[in-house]
Design a protein around this ligand. Structure first.
Ligand code: GLN
Length: 265
């Protein structure tokens, strides 16, 4: 009788051990596939209000909120990496980051070397001049003028099309606006939303934006070509557009309703 009890206890213990081991191996095999991978995402936090560093040096802005919300609904985690805008496309090509969100305009030229998600923001270029300037009103009045642009930006590409323009290139927005105020350039061609935001929030005194947009552009999240993440990021954007989160984030930073976005570029 005693012997049987011992056998029974031994048997049950073995069974428990097998169940426990199964449980363990189960969780360890499932976690790599559960999607909780840390996605390395590059951004250049000099582009208000899309990406900037607050007083505590933490990242904040429209793009930061959007990317973090995408991560939340897709089960990804984000590991942020600050990089200069000009180096972002080559970094994506080298695949040292998984994605970049930095107010990056989707262009056919860029699509030759990197991929983009669906458009997530409707944007465009505008001309900024000193408040006292009366003669620069549109594309034609930019001819022969001194123009400041950011290296590697769509504004820089645009400026190349202006006849006889003398182009100065800068590493980031804050630098060209300083030179505009100093009188070293006559105008700046850059993303309208960023400039308007800086003017409205008092960071840019003495500068105005010429009313009409020069271009219609769409920002996309950029990834290396053949990225395994582009599909889930796209699904994440779609979820945020349909569940109201996109609208909330837009409202938080721009105080207005977002315009409709095309599904594809
Ligand atoms: N949208 C512009 C571009 O893609 C500039 C973006 C930026 O300065 N972060 O070239």
């Amino acid at each position: 009788m005693k012997w049987k009890w011992r056998q029974l206890i031994l048997g049950l213990s073995c069974l428990l051990l097998v169940i426990a081991c199964n449980g363990l191996s189960h969780t360890s095999t499932i976690s790599p596939n559960s999607g909780l991978k840390a996605l390395k995402v590059a951004t250049d936090p000099t582009f208000v209000p899309f990406e900037m560093k607050n007083v505590n040096s933490n990242l904040e802005g429209f793009d930061i909120d959007l990317m973090n919300a995408i991560a939340k609904v897709t089960g990804l985690t984000v590991q942020w990496e600050s990089l200069p805008f000009d180096g972002m496309i080559s970094t994506l090509q080298a695949k040292t980051v998984d994605a970049a969100i930095s107010g990056i305009t989707i262009t056919a030229e860029r699509q030759k070397t990197i991929s983009f998600t669906r458009p997530y923001f409707k944007a465009g270029l505008a001309i900024a001049v000193r408040e006292s300037n009366q003669d620069i009103q549109d594309f034609n009045s930019l001819q022969g003028k001194k123009i400041g642009v950011q290296i590697g930006s769509t504004g820089a590409d645009f400026a190349k099309t202006i006849p006889n323009a003398k182009i100065s290139t800068y590493n980031s927005g804050p630098d060209f606006f300083q030179d505009l105020l100093n009188g070293n350039v006559d105008a700046v061609v850059s993303d309208a939303f960023a400039t308007l935001y800086a003017i409205k929030n008092g960071n840019l005194k003495g500068i105005k934006v010429v009313a009409n947009l020069l271009t219609e552009e769409f920002y996309g999240i950029a990834t290396p070509q053949d990225s395994p993440y582009i599909e889930s990021i796209n699904k994440g954007i779609a979820t945020l557009l349909s569940n109201g989160t996109y609208q909330q984030i837009y409202q938080k930073w721009f105080n207005t309703h977002p315009p409709a976005l095309p599904e594809k570029f």
